[in-house]
Design a protein around this ligand. Structure first.
Ligand code: GDP
Length: 444
């Protein structure tokens, strides 16, 4: 999980402060020493660390903090605000042209450019844009093919002219093609190298001059820490970037790149890549990222994901069905499926407050996923009649048949039945509460 050890260290440092009723300047100094070490270990640029610690210390030793009733919390609040500011303060939105908008994606090989081009195209289409992907990497074997595969996967057109035409000409021609095809955003996937080299930069400058993109976005691998910052600096010097996209934030990156890039280059992080799937893209919200780093969760992103992957009407209908007498295994199955649409359990947990704590890390989430799959296969082994009429499952012979069908034991089937009964009971109570006028879980 991203930022794990940084989050642990920071939380550890603040736990000590929280436990105290009154703080002295010395307490703050001590905590700041730990914050400083934690940031350096997370591979944050040393100059950034220095300024950060200085800012927090100044604010935290003010009398309003030391004399407040909850000084520990005040310090955490200041750290949260400063972390947010460090990452740019607020969301940096994309800029669009009034006619066809070009976005150029640049970066080193393997950073995740091609994948990101697809993710961005999908993101833009969800926002009613008509994107066109452009294959302008003519050097890496199979780069064009890779983009075509990505395009096919998400059903977005890909413009390619093979590897014999210059990238500048490809980019120019793609704008014309977009006009003809009615596309309004052109996403240019450019070539990468293993290291920065002048020929590449010249070519990228050429594309930039030719299509005048609204955004020149650098894709960098968050796992490379400080290196990502150096890469960003060089690309910015040559191309004057408009923003940065951090990929592979789903890995156990330490945080150095996310926390240093903005401060060092002055360029905002606009998106992050959080997995290999096309939907694994997040808009970069500095304040939410700061909360995640401080173990305060990111419920807002979770809610947004729920809204985009789950049909609200369906969820509402399911909700009221769950609270009614008719709640059956078909609905139970649907509820599981909706849960799974949100993504793997570990990603969901990461966004819940307190779930990033040390204690939670011992919990095996893979077991949870397996359990969910098992439950689904047991429900699938029921007949439609049984699913609709849970009472039928009281017969031992039916349970035996279901267990056999799902390749599990009768105890497993009993466990699912028990889980279902408990849920039904709980839901009935909630339904009752709602009727009593209290605000319920699913209703308005
Ligand atoms: P390019 O050379 O910059 O175009 O990089 P690619 O798009 O080909 O990506 C390189 C590798 O990184 C591929 O195996 C991708 O699946 C993987 N990748 C890209 N973005 C992410 C991400 O956000 N998370 C993870 N885990 N893998 C990623």
């Amino acid at each position: 999980m991203a930022f794990d050890s940084l989050a642990d260290r920071l939380q550890e440092a603040f736990k000590k402060l929280r436990g105290k009723g009154k703080l002295t300047e010395n307490d703050i100094k001590e905590a700041m020493r730990e914050v400083r070490l934690a940031l350096l270990e997370a591979d944050v640029n040393f100059k950034v660390v220095k300024t950060f610690v200085k800012n927090v210390s100044e604010k935290a030793t003010g009398s309003e903090v030391l004399e407040s009733l909850t000084p520990g919390q005040q310090v955490v609040k200041i750290v949260n605000e400063e972390l947010t500011a460090l990452m740019g303060g607020s969301e940096a939105k994309l800029s669009f042209d009034s006619s066809i908008t070009a976005f150029m994606l640049v970066g080193l090989q393997g950073a995740g450019k091609t994948t990101m081009a697809g993710k961005l195209a999908l993101h833009l289409r969800k926002r009613n844009r008509k994107p066109l992907l452009v294959a302008a990497d003519i050097y890496r074997p199979a780069a064009i093919k890779q983009l075509q595969i990505v395009g096919k996967q998400i059903d977005i057109p890909v413009f390619a002219m093979g590897d014999k035409v210059s990238p500048v000409d490809i980019a120019k021609a793609s704008m014309e093609y977009a006009r003809k095809e009615g596309c309004d955003v052109v996403l240019i996937d450019t070539a990468g190298r293993l290291h920065i080299d002048e020929t590449l930069m010249d070519e990228l400058k050429g594309i930039k001059t030719a299509v005048r993109p609204m955004e020149t976005l650098l894709v960098v691998d968050a796992m490379t820490g400080q290196d990502a910052v150096n890469v960003a600096q060089s690309f910015d010097d040559a191309l004057n970037l408009t923003g940065v996209i951090l990929t592979k934030l789903d890995g156990d990156t330490r945080g150095g790149a996310a926390l240093s890039i903005r401060e060092v280059t002055g360029k905002p992080i606009k998106f992050s890549g959080v997995g290999e799937k096309m939907s694994d893209l997040e808009v970069f919200h500095p304040e939410r990222m700061a909360s995640r780093i401080l173990g305060m969760g990111d419920v807002l992103t979770l809610i947004e994901q729920a809204q985009s992957s789950i049909d609200e009407k369906e969820a509402r209908e399911l909700g009221s069905k769950m609270m009614s007498k008719e709640f059956n295994y078909e609905d139970y199955l649907k509820a599981f499926e909706q849960m799974q649409k949100l993504g793997p359990l570990n990603k969901i947990m990461e966004m819940l407050p307190g779930m990033n704590s040390k204690e939670m890390k011992g919990v095996n989430l893979e077991d949870g996923e397996k359990e969910m799959l098992k439950t689904k296969s047991i429900i699938h082994s029921m007949t439609q009649k049984e699913r609709r009429n849970p009472k039928l499952l009281e017969h031992a012979s039916r349970k035996k048949r279901i267990a056999k069908g799902a390749g599990v034991t009768i105890q497993d089937v009993n466990k699912v039945i028990k889980g279902f009964d408990n849920m039904k009971k709980m839901m009935k109570q909630m339904g009752g509460m709602q009727k009593g006028g209290k605000k319920g879980l699913f209703g308005k």
